[in-house]
Design a protein around this ligand. Structure first.
Ligand SMILES: [Mn+2]
Length: 317
C-alpha cells in the first residue's frame, strides 16, 4: 500500500492537528497505545464481490479514496490512530479476501485496537464479523448493525460469496455453530429488496428498519429500537454501506439509491447513539467507488460519517 496520508498542515498544536499528521503504521506494540483502544484502519481494496454480484465496479479504489478524504479530519481527542494497510486476497476469489480480512481484524482486536475497515465491496462485512468473533471471548454474542439500502442476505449462487451475501454467511456460520444470529438493518429500501428476500431475512431473525423510519420526529422510537438491539448483544460490528444514502448525497457506489436516507441530523443522532453504546468492536465503510463518484462527494461523506462516529465513540473492551 502506498502511504496516502497527507494533507493540510496548521501546525503542531494538538488542537489544530489532522489525521494525516498523527496516524502511524500499526505495529501492535503496546508502547504505542493510549488508555483507550486505538482506531486502526484496514483497507479492503477489492470489488471482486461486486463483480460477482453483477454490480458496477470501482470499489477496489475505495480504501485509497477514503484515506485521502479522512486525511484532513481533525484528530480525535481520545483515540490514537493507526493504519494496518490493505488486506490482500487472490484475484476474484471473494472468500480469500474475506478470510484475509478476518485474519487482519482478529489481529487488530487481539492487539488492542478497534478496526476501521475501508472498502471495498460489502462482502467485507463477513470478514469483519468473523475476525471479531475469533478475537472475542468464547460465547460472546457479536451482533451486526448495518446501514444499508439492501439486506445483503441473498443466497450464495453456486455456493460462492458476493457483495450481496455477507449476512447470509454470518447467518449460516451462526446456525452451523449453534450461535444466535443478531442482525439489524437500518435504512432498508423496499424497491431494492424482493418480498421473498424480506421473508427469508425476517424468518432468520433479522430486524429490518425501513428508510421511512429516518424521518425527523421519529428519532425516539428509532433510538429505543437501537438500545434494545444493543442490549441483546455483547459486541457490535457497525457497517455503513454508502448506498444507504440518497444518490444525490452518495453517487459513487455500485448501486445508488434514488430514495435513500439523508445524512442529516436524524441519521447523525442514530449513528451517535450506536457509537456511544460502548459495544462497538469494529466499524466499516463499504462500497465507496471513486470512479463512479461526482467530485469526491461520496468519499467525503464516508469520511464525515467516520468523524461523526469517532467523536461519539465509546470503545468496547
Ligand atoms: Mn450492502
Amino acid at each position: 500500500m502506498t502511504w496516502v496520508w497527507r494533507g493540510r498542515d496548521d501546525g503542531s498544536d494538538p488542537a489544530a492537528q489532522r489525521w494525516h499528521q498523527v496516524i502511524r503504521p500499526w505495529d501492535a506494540s503496546p508502547l504505542t497505545r493510549g488508555r483507550k483502544r486505538p482506531i486502526v484502519v484496514i483497507g479492503y481494496p477489492t470489488d471482486a464481490g461486486v463483480r460477482a454480484n453483477l454490480g458496477r465496479t470501482g470499489s477496489a479504489d475505495g480504501p485509497a479514496a477514503l484515506r485521502t478524504a479522512c486525511a484532513n479530519l481533525p484528530v480525535p481527542t481520545s483515540h490514537a490512530l493507526f493504519d494496518a494497510g490493505d488486506v490482500i486476497g487472490t484475484g476474484d476469489d471473494v472468500e480469500s479476501w474475506q478470510s484475509s480480512l478476518a485474519a487482519a481484524v482478529a489481529a487488530v482486536r487481539a492487539g488492542g485496537g478497534t478496526p476501521l475497515v475501508l472498502g471495498g465491496g460489502h462482502d467485507q462485512a463477513f470478514g469483519h464479523w468473523l475476525g471479531t468473533v475469533r478475537a472475542a471471548s468464547d460465547g460472546a454474542v457479536v451482533g451486526c448493525i448495518n446501514f444499508d439500502a439492501h439486506i445483503d442476505m441473498r443466497s450464495l449462487p453456486g455456493g460462492r460469496a458476493n457483495s450481496g451475501t455477507p449476512y447470509s454467511q454470518v447467518h449460516a456460520w451462526s446456525v452451523a455453530h449453534g450461535r444466535p444470529f443478531k442482525y439489524l438493518v437500518l435504512g432498508m429500501q423496499p424497491p431494492h429488496n424482493t418480498p421473498a428476500l424480506i421473508h427469508v431475512a425476517c424468518g432468520a431473525g433479522a430486524q429490518l428498519v425501513d428508510a421511512d423510519a429516518f424521518h425527523p420526529g421519529q428519532e425516539a422510537s428509532l433510538l429505543q429500537l437501537i438500545d434494545r438491539f444493543v442490549a441483546s448483544v455483547d459486541l457490535v460490528c457497525l457497517s455503513i454501506d454508502l448506498d444507504v444514502f440518497s444518490a444525490a448525497a452518495s453517487p459513487g457506489v455500485s448501486a445508488p439509491s434514488p430514495m435513500g436516507i439523508a445524512p442529516d441530523a436524524t441519521f447523525r443522532t442514530v449513528v451517535r447513539r450506536i457509537a456511544a453504546s460502548g459495544k462497538i468492536a469494529g466499524i466499516e465503510i463499504a462500497e465507496c467507488a471513486p470512479s463512479l463518484d461526482i467530485g469526491g462527494r461520496t468519499a467525503r461523506l464516508g469520511a464525515a460519517v467516520i468523524d461523526t462516529i469517532v467523536r461519539s465513540f465509546a470503545v468496547a473492551s
